[in-house]
Design a protein. Structure first.
Length: 390
């Protein structure tokens, strides 16, 4: 078991999409350089002042590459510490050489498990522990203080590990939400295609029966089969474009749509007054778009009931235009917490993207939470038809 865990750690890849540099890196560099200059100027008991200043500047520069080269930066930083420690021993320096600004290396200790691969974490950890042990042996500091120092040195690494696990877990949950949304969309598209194919089979059977009695009726049946086939191909193209190579099963149950919004907005307990407005031709939407509109309103209403503090009204507008369908949901409450998107909004954004649309969610200018979505209609509206309603 332990051997397998170590093998998994050794082969662990780096986290994807590590940013090279962000504004915080330059802020950290400016703060480190300013601290080194002030400390070198104001502090009196600095041993080997020029060497200490150069060493502090060197350590301040290394964090600029801590995400893309975590092992190299740790090796350069702590290797330099070892060389400086050995030089001070040879020269019999009266006090440790260096500035307090050198504590910036703690950022590298954090970045190693946060952005490094498993192999880099193991090798970099060995470098850090070796440096800590060497400094403990060569210093005349009591053992208890050395132990506390090593724990303090490793603490940022523990924090980096925890952050990496948390981010990985969240990304995995977000991906599961997206996968569920894709599965739901696949079920809805499957229902539509199954409906068209069933109609084609029935029309073809009827044409076969009438072929010997009324040839014109048989020709008409063939034309209807062609029309149904065109509709089926349209939905199949949408399925292939949105869900490549996903062999997902489906339950033959018609999804809810715009026609079900009246029932949806009857909120339990009447805590929120819902103002529902429907505008435009909403009876002939493609099934996938129809279901997406319902899901956006459903999730927005649920979020308002759960998170909108002191909200009294929820305004829902669905407007069908020539080429798009616009959905907006606004409440007049206030939100607590950081306001980050939950997994429900993540799934809706994924669904809107798959359909070629967009979805935005965030706080309003004055108060409340706003959800705005824009979805494209069918590529050929003339061929669209409404699906059976429950």
């Amino acid at each position: 078991m332990l051997r397998d865990d170590l093998q998994n750690l050794w082969t662990e890849p780096r986290p994807p999409a590590a940013p090279a540099r962000v504004w915080r890196d330059w802020a950290l560099l400016a703060a480190g350089l300013a601290g080194a200059v002030l400390e070198a100027t104001l502090r009196e008991n600095v041993v080997w002042r020029p060497v200490a200043v150069v060493f502090a500047v060197w350590l301040c520069l290394l964090p600029l590459w801590r995400r893309t080269r975590p092992l190299a930066m740790v090796t350069l930083a702590f290797g330099s510490v070892i060389l400086l420690q050995m030089a001070s021993l040879v020269a019999a320096a009266r006090e440790p050489v260096g500035l307090y600004t050198g504590t910036v290396v703690l950022v590298l200790v954090y970045a190693l498990p946060r952005w490094g691969s498993g192999r880099e974490i193991v090798l970099g950890g060995a470098v850090i522990l070796t440096t800590g042990a060497l400094c403990s042996v060569t210093d005349e500091t009591p053992v208890a203080e050395n132990v506390v120092g090593i724990v303090f040195l490793l603490l940022p690494g523990v924090v980096g590990t925890a952050v990496r696990f948390w981010v990985t877990a969240r990304e995995r949950q977000v991906e599961q939400v997206r996968s569920r949304e894709r599965e739901q969309l696949a079920r809805e598209l499957h229902d539509t295609v199954a409906h068209h194919v069933s109609a084609m089979v029935i029309i073809a059977q009827a044409g076969g029966v009438l072929a010997g009695v009324d040839p014109s009726a048989a020709v008409k049946a063939l034309e209807e089969v062609e029309e149904e086939g065109a509709r089926t191909l349209e939905e199949m193209r949408a399925m292939v474009a949105a869900l490549r190579d996903r062999g997902i099963g489906a339950e033959l149950a018609p999804p809810a749509g715009v026609a079900d919004l009246e029932r949806l907005v009857r909120t339990p307990g009447g805590r929120l007054r819902v103002d529902l407005g429907l505008d435009g031709e909403l009876d002939a939407l493609p099934p996938a778009v129809d279901a997406a509109v319902y899901r956006i309103v459903q999730e927005s209403v649920t979020n308002a009931l759960r998170h909108a503090v002191d909200a009294t009204e929820l305004v829902v507008r669905v407007a069908a235009e020539r080429h798009t369908v616009r959905v907006s949901v606004h409440d007049n409450g206030r939100r607590t917490g950081r306001g980050r998107d939950g997994y429900g909004l993540t799934g809706l954004r994924e669904r809107a993207t798959l359909l070629g649309g967009t979805l935005r969610a965030g706080p309003g200018t004055d108060r409340g939470w706003h959800v705005e979505a824009e979805l494209p209609r069918a590529r050929n509206d003339s061929g669209a038809h409404s699906r059976p309603r429950r």
